[in-house]
Design a protein around this ligand. Structure first.
Ligand SMILES: [Zn+2]
Length: 216
């Protein structure tokens, strides 16, 4: 239902389809309807007892829609890989990659760091790409467990490495601000594949390098 009294997208351009990138859109819904989202946001505010005509609230539905659209839209990138010409065979680790996502259950943020590692096989990837993979899957309604697995699975698929390890530590606003209100509690999830899971030395190296609480 459109309502002519709401200036839904007076100044913001409508948000286009989720840009394509070579790792594919992470979300099942590949398109965001910004106008419909703004109308729904307005309905939600009314249902929550907010007067949508109040001066400072008038632009809120459109700002809410734009904010969620941004948080749910991954930036396009290509996971370029290179031949491992020098036969590097030690762990490659990107530690403490900051990320934020939205929890699937409450649509509230969870915020933390990711530690991503792989033991190279024939292919290697640029270090910045590891952070981009994290961001790519984080821009979705997520479960931390699922996010962890998706990052590991993509690296496994694209690099065909001898092993992959992903550890995520995050604070969930749905826990910190409501319910049990356990502010400061971090949830830790991990996905270990190949030698990072099965080889005791590699596993130990990975876990000690990503030991929670020890990095700045
Ligand atoms: Zn939640």
């Amino acid at each position: 239902m459109t309502d002519a009294s709401i200036d839904v997208y007076a100044d913001d351009p409508p948000i286009a389809a989720v840009p394509s990138c070579d790792v594919g859109a992470p979300r099942t819904a590949a398109r965001i309807d910004a106008v419909a989202a703004a109308h729904a946001a307005r309905d939600l505010l009314i249902a929550l007892g907010v007067d949508p005509t109040a001066e400072n609230v008038r632009g809120t539905p459109r700002r809410m829609a734009a904010a969620y659209a941004e948080l749910l839209t991954p930036r396009p990138f290509e996971l370029t890989t290179f031949a491992n010409e020098d036969g590097y065979d030690e762990l490659v680790i990107a530690r403490s990659i900051p990320f934020h996502s939205l929890c699937m259950h409450h649509v509230l943020p969870f915020v933390g760091v990711a530690h991503v590692a792989y033991l190279p096989g024939e292919r290697i990837a640029g270090l910045s790409k590891l952070a981009r993979v994290v961001e790519h899957f984080a821009r979705d309604l997520q479960l931390q467990e699922r996010l962890t697995q998706q990052i590991a699975a993509l690296l496994q698929e694209r690099l065909d490495p001898k092993g992959v390890g992903v550890v995520l530590e995050a604070e969930h606003m749905c826990m910190a601000l409501r319910g049990v209100q356990t502010s400061g509690t971090r949830t830790v999830t991990s996905a270990l594949h190949g030698a990072v899971r099965d080889d005791p030395r590699t596993r130990q190296e990975f876990l000690s390098l990503t030991a929670t609480g020890g990095m700045g």
